[in-house]
Design a protein around this ligand. Structure first.
Ligand code: HEC
Length: 395
């Protein structure tokens, strides 16, 4: 019952997270799109020193005219819309999902005993500390490098993430490593809103309220973080969805796969940002496609030799020992209420019907058994592979 309630809780939080994430990323895409499309105002009456640029658009049957001030309007309007709850609620729901799914079930979802024999408390402590450390490192890089060394900042951030991903791939399961990096990036983004963008905007508004000319530096600070967030959106999404594709995180060197995907995702975002500024560089999506293809080929499973002969009885005994604690009509594993993803591996027919999925989860990748909780050995994976290669027959 508790496990069943847990599933519903996850479902609900995941749904909320998706909704808030769409709202946040949608707003981020829209405002960066606006900035990239700003053109000099058409009407001379729009005081040239106040209005930096304007955008005309048509959407949903109406015309829109948006103007961006260089720093601030002469007087504040009665209603000023802020955009912050999209970010906060995305982070809060994402963090809740992280806790409910990973921290709560650290034993199954984070720890892989064939990687490192951590205790759940150790895994959760490392994970929580890294969320904080990730933000501190990134924030310091921004503060120390200012606005003029964006490229260097990017290189150093990637180097930092590489080191963390590499280190974590020696501590956590590949899957937990991926989501941890995603959570760290998401935390940097939300903290950018909470600790830099919104406070800078408050300073601008306060100056206007007190009748002072606001210092443009605050606007620049907010803008810098907002652009960083925009570049992080697609990499973060890649870490989230790759969680459902074990060929990515299940690779023997998951940190290299993750790094490649993060870079490709940011590169794609760069294409759109350039394009919206009027420069369409098709070499970017073309190189991203080649990169993705190269990655897919590089991590493709090696073809087995096929020398071994493994009977169905042998394959079934492996599955009974390593899989059916969870993948049964009535799972024995604590915390598993129903057969995960509806996959039951008890009868010969069920095993044969799921042969391709078994290969994907337990041979091509090491996603299953979850956290290798049931202690599957390499030899067992090789024997299962041999049975699958021979056609997955019941003999
Ligand atoms: C400790 C429990 C546990 C064990 C043992 C286990 N699994 Fe799973 N399995 C899960 C869970 C939980 C999921 C759902 C994962 C998710 O949330 O994406 C799953 C999902 C799957 C899926 C569906 C994946 C998808 O995303 O469609 C397959 C196939 C699978 N397991 C095969 C196996 C095989 C083969 C074994 C034995 C070698 C095995 N599992 C052992 C818990 C387990």
């Amino acid at each position: 019952m508790e496990a069943y309630a847990g599933e519903w809780l996850q479902f609900l939080i995941r749904w909320v997270h998706l909704i808030t994430g769409i709202a946040w990323i949608g707003a981020s895409f829209y405002f960066i799109w606006l900035d990239n499309h700003l053109r000099p105002p058409l009407a001379a009456s729009d005081a040239p020193d106040a209005i930096g640029g304007e955008v005309w658009a048509i959407h949903g049957g109406g015309f829109y005219h948006v103007e961006k001030f260089r720093v601030a309007p002469a007087a504040l309007p009665p209603t000023l819309h802020w955009f912050k709850w999209e970010a906060y609620s995305t982070w809060l729901s994402g963090f809740a999902l992280f806790v409910v799914l990973y921290w709560w079930h650290a034993d199954t979802y984070m720890i892989d005993r064939s990687v490192a024999a951590l205790s759940p408390a150790q895994a959760v402590t490392i994970s929580g500390a890294l969320l904080l450390v990730g933000w501190l490192v990134y924030d310091q890089l921004c503060k120390r490098l200012g606005f003029t060394h964006e490229r260097l900042l990017g290189v150093l951030l990637v180097a930092f993430l590489t080191v963390v991903a590499w280190g974590l791939s020696h501590l956590f399961s590949g899957r937990a490593m991926f989501i941890q990096i995603g959570a760290m990036l998401g935390t940097m983004m939300a903290a950018n809103v909470l600790l830099v963008i919104i406070p800078s905007q408050r300073v601008l508004v306060a100056a206007k309220e007190e009748g002072r000319a606001p210092d443009p530096i605050h606007g620049l600070r907010g803008k810098q973080r907002s652009v960083h967030n925009n570049y992080l959106t697609l990499p973060v999404l890649v870490t989230m969805i790759s969680n459902h594709y074990p060929m990515t995180y299940g690779h023997p060197h998951p940190w290299i796969v993750l790094l490649a995907m993060l870079l490709l995702a940011a590169w794609v975002r760069h294409f759109f940002n350039l394009r919206h500024r009027g420069r369409t560089v098709w070499a970017i999506p073309a190189s991203a496609a080649v990169g993705a293809l190269a990655l897919a080929i590089a991590i493709a499973p090696a073809k087995p030799s096929g020398a071994m002969r493994v009977s169905f009885a042998d394959a079934q005994s492996i599955i009974r020992a390593r899989c059916t604690a969870c993948h049964a009509v009535q799972p024995r594993q604590q915390g598993i209420a129903v057969a995960p993803k509806g996959i039951v591996l008890e009868t010969p027919a069920q095993i044969v019907a799921n042969a391709a999925a078994i290969r994907a989860q337990a041979v091509t990748s090491r996603a299953m058994p979850l956290g290798n909780l049931t202690g599957m050995t390499d030899d067992e994976r090789a024997r299962l592979a041999a049975w699958l290669d021979a056609g997955a027959h019941v003999d």
